[in-house]
Design a protein around this ligand. Structure first.
Ligand SMILES: N[C@@H](CCC(=O)N[C@@H](CS)C(=O)NCC(=O)O)C(=O)O
Length: 209
């Protein structure tokens, strides 16, 4: 059975975090690189992979997985020897799933609403409550440190630190030392540096094309 693992990737995008994760996992993978500025992610060939036209997506054998959170969960479970996902039965499995889901269902929607000055639904109906409650809940967990699950580094930290890095750069997040320290801790890992170097080289190639 073909178990080739491919990451559909655009440099300096949400798929950059998955690139970092693959490096952390020491996973054998190939990259299918697209130039977002040229709209390659909106061409028919890629829409057949992800009709949303969005990265990241992965193909593993016959399986296609889209949506960052699903991809992080899938990959971290696929390479258990890297210990980036607490297994079933581990008391940290629940918190691990909680903070993965929190990312997609609370954090990103709240950030986008705040950024676009969208009027959120009433607190009881809004899926993230309100921005301050969402953000304070997250920061309380992060402050326990050094990682989101405490002492144990996991795939969660690749997801969250990547996102904090981008959002901080675009001024979408309140500036807090606890976030800066967390991002630095994760971004200084050898796998993060290797992925950032690959991404930078790909971006240079695309700019020259
Ligand atoms: N819900 C998706 C969002 C992915 C997403 O928005 N990706 C951006 C890159 S950071 C994208 O592909 N944008 C290009 C486009 O929509 O044309 C996920 O969590 O994976």
């Amino acid at each position: 059975m073909n178990q080739q693992l491919t990451l559909y990737h655009c440099p300096y995008s949400r798929s950059s975090g998955v690139l970092h994760l693959l490096e952390e996992l020491h996973a054998p993978y190939e990259l299918h690189v697209m130039n977002m500025k040229k709209g390659e992610n909106r061409e028919a060939a890629y829409l057949a992979v992800n009709p949303m036209g969005k990265v990241p997506a992965i193909r593993h054998g016959e399986a296609i997985v889209t949506e960052q959170v699903a991809i992080y969960l899938y990959l971290a479970d696929l390479f258990p020897q890297a210990h980036l996902a607490p297994p079933l039965g581990d008391p940290l499995r629940g918190p691990y799933l909680r903070w993965m889901a929190f990312y997609g269902s609370c954090f990103e929607p709240a950030i986008v609403d705040q950024w676009m000055k969208n009027k959120p639904a009433d607190k009881a109906a809004c899926h993230y409550g309100d921005f301050d409650t969402m953000f304070n809940t997250l920061i309380e967990q992060l402050s326990k440190g050094p990682y989101l699950l405490g002492e144990q580094f996991s795939a969660l930290d690749v997801l969250w630190a990547t996102s904090f890095g981008w959002m901080g750069m675009f001024g979408l997040l309140p500036k807090l030392q606890v976030i800066d320290d967390y991002v630095a801790r994760v971004k200084n890992r050898p796998a993060a540096i290797a992925a950032a170097d690959k991404d930078a080289a790909l971006a240079v190639e695309q700019a020259a094309a």
